[in-house]
Structures are given as structure tokens and as C-alpha cells.
Design a protein around this ligand. Structure first.
Ligand SMILES: Nc1ncnc2c1ncn2[C@@H]1O[C@H](COP(=O)(O)OP(=O)(O)OP(=O)(O)O)[C@@H](O)[C@H]1O
Length: 228
């Protein structure tokens, strides 16, 4: 469904501590994402997980290597603070995202009531997104992605924000999608969620793949050095 072949990525660093001003964030990463699976991505802060998702989504082009996607595959990146127009209302943003994900205007409009209800944003759904808290943005982003249908859903940490009740509801809804046809890449620091939701996992450390395979085994390896 999607493949990373020897993908490397770097940013220009301001700090002189990085070699020649270049900070390598991903170093020859290869992986294959299969149709219908949920792949968990784990790793410490700054390991390169978000960068990898952005490469998968086509937001960045890799400095070297290739990101291969079957032609016509639609892909949505669900991430905090990404993709909203702050001056537009929650409702208009939801409409826009749904249309960007390939829905017709009529089909997108038809989703709006469901999004309003599930997100529990109430009156705020019609207020500009710039007035939202982080948790409210997460609710809007999560619900919009949940109600519209893309081939690959890339989820960056969003299930870990918001209050407990919404988190539980979001997790249940996500499980419903995951056990169905949806192909998902799921970045999370919440090991319990990764264990519960993911068929396979990949551990990224300092931009390299440290381990990949069975979720339980990868999580056990990931935990070992931290417990020493
Ligand atoms: N646009 C950018 N410009 C420069 N450096 C960046 C940029 N985006 C990320 N980085 C750097 O790349 C490294 C990896 O960042 P990334 O966000 O991919 O990590 P992460 O594994 O998602 O971390 P976290 O778990 O904290 O979200 C970090 O050192 C970060 O500072």
C-alpha cells in the first residue's frame, strides 16, 4: 500500500553542534505498510516519528530514497495544529478537510452533522478555530478524519489529548475503524494504546529503525533499555 525505501531526511540546523549545519533526522529507513493493517510507531522524543509520517503523507519529499504509494491512494495526516485555517469556523474547516480528502461538497456537507455531534463541540463548532483549545482542535481533527474515508490514516499522537471521556470514545471509534478495512499508521507514546490497537510496530531511535515486527515483542525490546 505504501513503502519507504532507504528514506533519509535532514534539516538545516541552526546549532553548530550538528555536522556542517545539517541535522539528519531519518537515516535509511525502509518499511512496508500493508493494506488493512495498523502499524504502530514508537520511539523517544525527537526520534523522527513525526517527520516519518510527514514523508508518508507527502508533506515533505525525502532527501534521498523513495516513498512509494499506489497511484490514487488517498492519505490523511491527523496531527495537532496541522491543517486548520484558524480564521474559519470548526464547521468550515471540517467541510474543507472532507473535500480535500476527496469528498464532493454535497457528501462533505452530509457529514457535518455527524461531526458536530461526535466532536461534542456544541456552539463552538460554528466559532473560529483560533478560539479553540488544543483539546478542542484535537476533537475536531479526530472526528473529521474519522467521518471521512481515506485509504491510509496517519495518526500522530492525537488519541492522547482531550479529556478522559472523549479519549475513551475516540479509542472505541478508532478500534471500530481499525478492525475494519482501514489502513493506519499510529504514532504514540501510550504503550497501552499501541499494544491494544496495532498489528505490528516499528521502533525508531535517532532516525534509524531499531526494531520492527510483532507489537508485543517490539514494545518489550523498547522498554528494556529504559528500565535499566
Ligand atoms: N521543520 C524542522 N526544522 C528543523 N528541525 C526539525 C524540523 N522538524 C523536526 N525537526 C527536528 O527533527 C528531529 C525529529 O523530530 P520529530 O518531530 O520527527 O520527532 P518525534 O519522534 O516525532 O518526536 P516527539 O515524540 O517529541 O513528537 C528533532 O530533533 C526535531 O528538532
Amino acid at each position: 500500500m505504501l513503502e519507504l525505501v532507504d528514506v533519509s531526511h535532514s534539516f538545516h540546523a541552526r546549532k553548530s553542534s550538528f555536522d556542517h549545519g545539517i541535522h539528519t533526522v531519518l537515516d535509511r529507513v525502509s518499511l512496508t505498510l500493508f493494506k488493512g493493517e495498523t502499524l504502530g510507531v514508537i520511539g523517544r522524543n525527537g526520534a523522527g516519528k513525526t517527520t516519518m509520517l510527514r514523508l508518508m503523507a507527502g508533506i515533505f519529499a525525502p532527501r534521498s530514497g523513495a516513498v512509494l504509494r499506489r497511484p490514487g491512494t488517498t492519505c490523511a495526516l491527523l496531527s495537532l495544529g496541522l491543517g486548520f485555517q484558524p480564521q474559519l469556523s470548526g464547521s468550515d474547516n471540517a467541510l474543507l478537510s472532507a473535500m480535500l480528502q476527496g469528498l464532493s461538497r454535497r457528501a462533505a456537507r452530509a457529514c457535518l452533522e455527524e461531526i458536530r455531534e461526535f466532536s461534542e463541540l456544541g456552539q463552538s463548532f460554528d466559532e473560529p478555530v483560533k478560539t479553540y483549545s488544543a483539546g478542542m482542535r484535537a476533537r475536531l481533527g479526530f472526528t473529521t478524519a474519522l467521518m471521512t474515508h481515506v485509504d491510509i490514516l496517519l495518526i500522530d499522537e492525537v488519541l492522547s489529548v482531550g479529556d478522559k471521556a472523549f479519549r475513551r470514545k475516540a479509542e472505541t471509534a478508532m478500534k471500530g475503524r481499525i478492525t475494519g478495512e482501514q489502513t493506519v499508521v499510529f504514532v504514540s507514546h501510550a504503550e497501552g494504546q499501541v499494544r491494544a490497537l496495532c498489528d505490528r510496530a516499528i521502533w525508531i531511535e535517532d532516525g534509524r529503525v531499531r526494531a520492527q515486527g510483532d507489537t508485543g515483542e517490539v514494545l518489550d525490546q523498547y522498554r528494556e533499555p529504559q528500565e535499566k
